[in-house]
Ligand binder design. Structure first.
Ligand code: GLY
Length: 430
């Protein structure tokens, strides 16, 4: 990255993009920031301007970025990556943080991701791939562990069903194959072994040849307390994760090292951030999924712990200079709690006024499904906002997030009361 101040455009409008914008806006190496389209939170972020361009309007994004001499376009969400936004913007002469479409298939096709994991020697759960309900169901009937049904393609975070019984497997398959609930994303289905244990979200910055590991988080994907209810995009997360340090060596040898090797020997061509979803069962780590982007709400969770400037690291991913980057992290813990519409994930909220009081210095409000309408902040989505608390212990960080969340109100606001609850209970019992 050259020394001149940079102009950056972030593509996306969720909580992840607000967190990225918050961090990038604080960078001494940035002179101007734009978010397309952004949200109610980025609208009032000092140094940023929201641009009303949809994430799917690649030509308008390129025209805008070229007209403003943007130095780097940072892509937040999965869909534009899968649809080739990086390929398109690069053809137009723009520098992008994010993988090209072929590499983003690691997220946009779960069958392809599994093939790649196997080819690279990355530990993962047993699975079968099927293009019809009969064979998929037969596989699950013969294999007592095969209780996770995944649509192959992108399904707005709703394509994975974790089942307890074969009847639930049948119903999930019927939804995909008979009702076509996910359209073409359900042309293929994975039926995967259901594992039990701690889940971790690991983020690896990649520059095409080397990787830089960020701090891990633990997300809470189920909608309700005690991990009940449907899967969501994520209802809250915390960082660091004690389980990670216990299993660090196994994760390094079974997951990270094979990825590093595949980058070095050309079996993997990837730049951007590779989000590895991991589950530890009986002390052994398995890769549940790859995502081609930062996590949400993980980004809102770990970025407040990053002391270093993020911008040089993003440029290094594009320029193949990641080996020159070192990141410094705050030793404090962070806990992010998502406030959603009560009807989420089936429904969302639109146009309801949001009241926000002043938050403590070590609590940060990140907005997701919000908009500014005539100067009033209103709801505009399923996951509406989140608060990240920082503290010397995970318990203090969670308390900080929850205390500050009580200063925010909107109609039908709902959130889990147990984010980081299990790890706090474990720490207390020691
Ligand atoms: N929080 C999980 C995800 O971003 O996919």
């Amino acid at each position: 990255m050259s020394d001149s101040k940079k102009i950056i455009l972030i593509v996306g409008g969720g909580g992840r993009e607000h967190a990225l914008a918050w961090k990038i806006a604080s960078s001494p190496s940035v002179s101007r920031l734009y978010c397309a389209p952004g949200n109610g939170g980025t609208a009032t972020l000092a140094g940023n301007e929201n641009v009303p361009i949809a994430v799917s309007a690649f030509d308008e994004i390129a025209d805008f970025a070229l007209s403003k001499n943007v130095d780097l376009v940072v892509i937040g969400p999965d869909n534009p990556l899968a649809d080739g936004i990086v390929d398109y913007l690069e053809q137009r002469g723009l520098k992008c943080f994010g993988p090209r479409a072929a590499a983003a298939r690691l997220e946009s096709s779960k069958a392809y991701a599994k093939e790649k994991m196997t080819a690279m020697g990355v530990a993962t759960a047993g699975y079968g791939v099927f293009d019809n309900k009969t064979e998929a169901l037969e596989y699950a009937r013969k294999n007592n562990r095969a209780r996770v049904v995944k649509a192959d393609g992108l399904a707005f975070g709703k394509g994975v069903t974790v089942c307890d019984t074969i009847a639930e497997v049948e119903s999930a398959l019927a939804q995909i194959f008979d009702e076509r609930a996910f359209g073409e994303a359900g042309d293929l289905v994975l039926v995967e072994d259901r594992l039990a244990g701690e889940e971790l979200s690991l983020f690896l910055l990649c520059d095409g040849k080397s990787i830089l590991e960020l701090v891990p988080c633990q997300d809470h994907k189920r909608r309700f307390d005690k991990d009940a209810g449907p899967n969501t995009g994520g209802m809250g997360a915390y960082s660091p994760v004690p389980a990670y340090h216990r299993y660090r060596d196994a994760i390094e040898s079974d997951i990270i090292e094979p990825i590093r090797r595949a980058l070095a020997n050309g079996k993997l061509d990837y730049k951007g951030v590779l989000f590895v979803g991991i589950l530890i069962e009986d002390g052994k780590p398995y890769t549940l999924e790859f995502n081609a982007r930062f996590g949400d709400p993980e980004t809102q969770t770990f970025l407040p712990r990053l002391k270093s400037d993020l911008v040089p690291a993003l440029f290094a991913c594009c320029e193949g200079t990641l080996d020159q980057i070192e990141l410094e992290w705050d030793s404090r813990h962070s806990c992010c709690v998502v406030a959603a519409a009560r009807s989420y994930p089936a429904g969302s909220s639109k146009g309801k006024p949001i009241e926000t009081g002043a938050l403590d210095e070590d609590a940060i409000l990140f907005q997701a499904g919000t908009a500014l309408e005539g100067g009033t902040l209103v709801t505009n989505g399923g996951r509406v906002l989140s608060v990240t608390g920082l503290g010397d212990t995970i318990e203090a960080a969670a308390r900080k997030a929850y205390d500050n969340l009580t200063r925010i109100r909107f109609e039908d606001m709902d959130y889990r009361r147990d984010i980081a609850g299990r790890v706090i209970a474990r720490c207390q019992s020691k």
